[in-house]
Design a protein. Structure first.
Length: 438
């Protein structure tokens, strides 16, 4: 039996994780590029009640930065990021990881045609099921979509239909998600297949809707011409990236099949890759207090004091694995945007508030753009949390400035909400004069 390694206390594991995620240095000393490198991935999500989720992890680590700058890095002519799937989730990734995704693009192509799903599941089921139907019903259709993009791109999915035919809800459909949810019309299925297999990529966003073009017209030539690693080499490097970003983690957190793993792999493959990284000295086996599973510490991860202050997106890599959030912070967290309103406990778009190395509160937030106000409808302190209202007030002012909102308003009730309102001071109801991010 392999050695389990030295024991790491829960507090040490928490500090290691926070440091690995960029919270180990005073805020404001980093920059956007460095923050992205530390988190490794920015998950994309369409919910815009506060702001688009991919902006928030950078704000949590950097502070008042320019969202336009992140847009330029993501979709500008000199982009340094590209869109693809991190696990099964749409995400922005550094261009340096593009060659590491090529084996996944090939696996996505095989997955569509395999009767049994490849263990390296890479394409959304809507693409797999939809492509199997399209192949039978409309042979040659995908080639027509690709030709249209070639001739007229960049195009949205709605613009990529060669004939304008739209499926109706009453049409036969072997899978209820294709052609119905999220506008999965035939052209959408075809172009998402081309995206999964790397033939097209995301050239930009139009009102946050994807705009597709040929990959060779979007990504830099040096990236496309870079040597392609083997599948084994790519898996090892991706797990290195995950381990570096997590600091200390279990196999399931690094590469388990769940949607909350940093990079999902089949269990046997994941164990093999991690064994190779342990042998190479990149990962050090440890036993984390309170965690039954074997954990692994990135060999360069350090335990350092953490003096953080940040509101965390529900999709922040620090907390997107809810089980990991539970054992690191003793914080049971579930997203509420899909929960019916009467069943919500803490609000709709709830951001945990990180103070020091603890999650001390749940802050429901929304941007009321008509009145230029950052609104706090619900505020829930954690049991036994120290007073955090002064720090949260400062964070809300900073966020309002960053979002170009003129006011902060607390509509939450209760003694902590009243204390927070006092801590916000007159600026909570007066126009603001702080400088905007450039």
């Amino acid at each position: 039996m392999a050695a389990v390694g030295d024991e790491v206390s829960g507090a040490e594991a928490r500090r290691i994780a926070l440091g690995a995620q960029g919270f180990g240095e005073p805020r404001g000393r980093g920059d956007v590029r460095r923050a992205i490198g530390q988190v490794g991935v920015l998950q994309l999500d369409s919910v815009n009640v506060l702001c688009r989720s991919h902006y928030l992890p950078v704000f949590a680590r950097v502070g008042n930065y320019s969202r336009t700058r992140l847009d330029e890095l993501s979709w500008g002519p000199d982009r340094e990021l590209f869109e693809y799937f991190w696990g099964h989730k749409a995400a922005l990734l550094p261009l340096s990881t593009y060659p590491l995704m090529r084996w996944r693009m090939r696996a996505a192509e095989r997955q569509v045609w395999d009767e049994e799903l490849s263990p390296d599941v890479t394409a959304p089921w809507s693409v797999v099921a939809g492509m199997r139907r399209l192949t039978a019903e409309r042979p040659g259709y995908v080639d027509q979509v690709l030709q249209l993009v070639t001739e007229r791109g960049p195009l949205t999915a709605g613009e990529a239909s060669p004939d304008g035919v739209r499926r109706k809800r009453t049409d036969p459909d072997p899978d209820p998600t294709t052609g119905r949810m999220w506008n999965w019309q035939d052209a959408k299925i075809a172009i998402e297949y081309l995206f999964c297999t790397g033939q097209v990529t995301i050239a930009g966003r139009r009102n946050f809707e994807r705009v597709y073009d040929l990959t060779v017209r979007v990504l830099p030539a040096d990236v496309l011409d870079a040597p392609e690693p083997t599948a084994d080499e790519a898996r090892r490097e991706l797990i290195r990236i995950a381990a570096r970003g997590l600091g200390v983690a279990t196999l399931k957190e690094l590469c388990g099949g769940s949607g909350q793993a940093h990079f999902p792999l089949p269990a046997a493959t994941g164990r093999e890759v991690i064994g190779e990284l342990v042998e190479a000295g990149d990962l050090v086996p440890v036993r984390v207090e309170g965690v039954k599973q074997q954990s692994y510490r990135w060999h360069e991860a350090t335990d350092r004091p953490i003096d953080a202050q940040a509101l965390l997106s529900p999709f922040d890599p620090l907390i997107w694995n809810r089980d990991r959030t539970q054992h690191l912070f003793d914080f049971f967290y579930r997203i509420s945007i899909y929960t019916p309103a009467p069943q919500r406990i803490h609000g709709y778009y709830v951001l945990p508030f990180l103070l020091g190395d603890q999650l001390v509160a749940r802050v429901d937030l929304k941007s009321d753009r008509q009145t230029s106000t950052l609104v706090v409808p619900t505020l829930t302190p954690e049991p036994g949390a120290p007073d955090f209202t002064e720090q949260l007030a400062a964070e809300l002012h900073l966020m309002a400035d960053w979002l170009d909102l003129d006011h902060v308003r607390i509509t939450a009730t209760g003694p902590v909400a009243r204390t927070l309102t006092k801590a916000l001071g007159p600026e909570a109801t007066q126009n603001r004069s702080r400088p905007r991010a450039q």
